[in-house]
Design a protein around this ligand. Structure first.
Ligand code: PMP
Length: 390
């Protein structure tokens, strides 16, 4: 008799939705995959810091000194027990200074942050309003929270306004949660609209800058910096897992909220802290990121060049950032086209439901600052050719 797990796996496979892990060998911005070397168009290493070997060497040279011996590779406990150390506080101070925020608290990842902050701060009698396309980690945070929640249509601020008009008075605290750059659509939240709602209805704003940190604003702090509204965001979450080429996350907030989270956020309290080697790297790479204006410009330039070239061939793209999605539609078509893309030198993995809504399987080209236009200039023609064959 086959188990229900096997049955479900078979169903997923039949639908073309079976997820698999692929061990890849990385060579700079390229990967070895099934005997071929492919340009990696799926990476979140947006500034190319992850495979900058010269940068890594500088880091290791510095690390060779006292710090490495002193702190090693394990926190060995939660930060609330013996897993805290001065490196975590140094990193928090560096981020706090850069953002000009009252306090910063580290988390082990963006996922930990989103599932740990929302349930800690919002409970019975509160309401969380969340964009429908928010990341799964935000959704999981909503589910874990005892607050009521409603999901508004993606970027539909009229609907959000209507929800606030209808429900604001019924709840004690209300928070609006949005990504600054939406990970699968590459479009942006309208921060000025969100802030207008904040003031009109006396609500808080929770902004996930996972795909904004490193890329926008003079110092790369994200979309809130670019729009000049950093100080108005109540909870600004950034992750080290994408443009910062590491792991870990942080929230910029008030000191009161930081102290509250230290006492109530379960994904902070009940997990081992980040290892010292990671805290060191995060500090190093965060400081480096602040200065990478040229890379930010290059990234914006080639991302727009790619968008224009695709649109020029009649292939619509979504969004306005370095995440360039094209909608394919059916899962099986996306799967099939991804294989064809691999044959011509690009690693493109199909993004399928439930990551994206039904019927909108897509390619999400993720453009990184260390790519050259020559690396991707053939892409629009190749896709055009493949799409015509569908
Ligand atoms: N928020 C968003 C918007 C994300 O896209 C992701 C990762 N895909 C996360 C949070 C989770 O971040 P991390 O990878 O650091 O857990």
């Amino acid at each position: 008799m086959i188990s229900r797990y096997s049955k479900k796996l078979r169903t997923l496979e039949a639908k073309g939705r079976l997820r698999k892990m692929i061990p890849l060998q990385h060579e700079g911005g390229r990967v070895r995959y099934e005997g071929r070397t492919l340009l990696n168009l799926c990476s979140n290493d947006y500034l190319g810091l992850g495979h900058d070997t010269a940068l890594r060497q500088v880091f290791f040279q510095d690390l060779d000194s006292a710090e490495c011996d002193e702190w090693g590779f394990a926190a060995a406990s939660s930060r609330l027990l013996t897993g805290d150390n001065p490196l975590a506080h140094r990193l928090e101070s560096e981020i706090r200074r850069a953002y000009g925020s009252e306090a910063v608290l580290l988390f082990n990842s963006g996922y930990h942050a989103n599932i740990g902050i929302l349930p800690a701060l919002f409970g019975k009698g509160d309401l969380i309003l969340s964009d429908k396309l928010n990341h799964a980690s935000i959704h999981d945070g909503l589910v874990l929270s005892r607050a009521a929640h409603k999901r508004y249509r993606h970027g539909d601020y009229e609907q959000l306004h209507a929800l606030l008009t209808r429900y604001r008075e019924e709840y004690d605290q209300v928070v609006i949660v949005a990504e600054s750059v939406f990970s699968m659509d590459g479009d942006e939240a309208d921060l000025s609209c969100l802030l207008a709602l904040k003031h009109e209805f006396d609500v808080r704003i929770y902004l996930d800058e996972a795909h904004g940190v490193g890329l926008y604003g003079e110092n790369g702090l994200g979309k809130a910096e670019e729009k000049g509204v950093l100080q108005e965001i109540d909870f600004l979450v950034g992750t080290f897992g994408k443009a910062l080429a590491s792991v870990g996350a942080f929230v910029c907030c008030s000191m009161e909220i930081k102290n509250y989270l230290v006492n109530h956020s379960r994904s902070l309290i009940f997990t081992t802290g980040l290892p010292p080697v990671t805290l060191n790297w995060n500090h190093f790479v965060f400081k480096k990121m602040l200065t990478m204006c040229q890379e930010r410009k290059q990234l914006s330039r080639i991302s727009w060049q790619l968008r224009d070239a695709l649109e020029g061939r009649g292939i619509p793209t979504r969004g306005s950032t370095n995440i360039v999605p094209i909608i394919i539609g059916k899962d099986s078509t996306a799967l099939n086209l991804a294989e064809q893309m691999q044959e011509v030198g690009y690693l493109v993995l199909p993004i399928r439901p439930p990551t994206v809504p039904e019927g909108t399987a897509r390619f999400r080209f993720s453009i990184c600052a260390d790519m050259l236009w020559q690396d991707i200039e053939d892409l629009p023609e190749q896709i055009d050719f493949m799409l015509k064959g569908v």
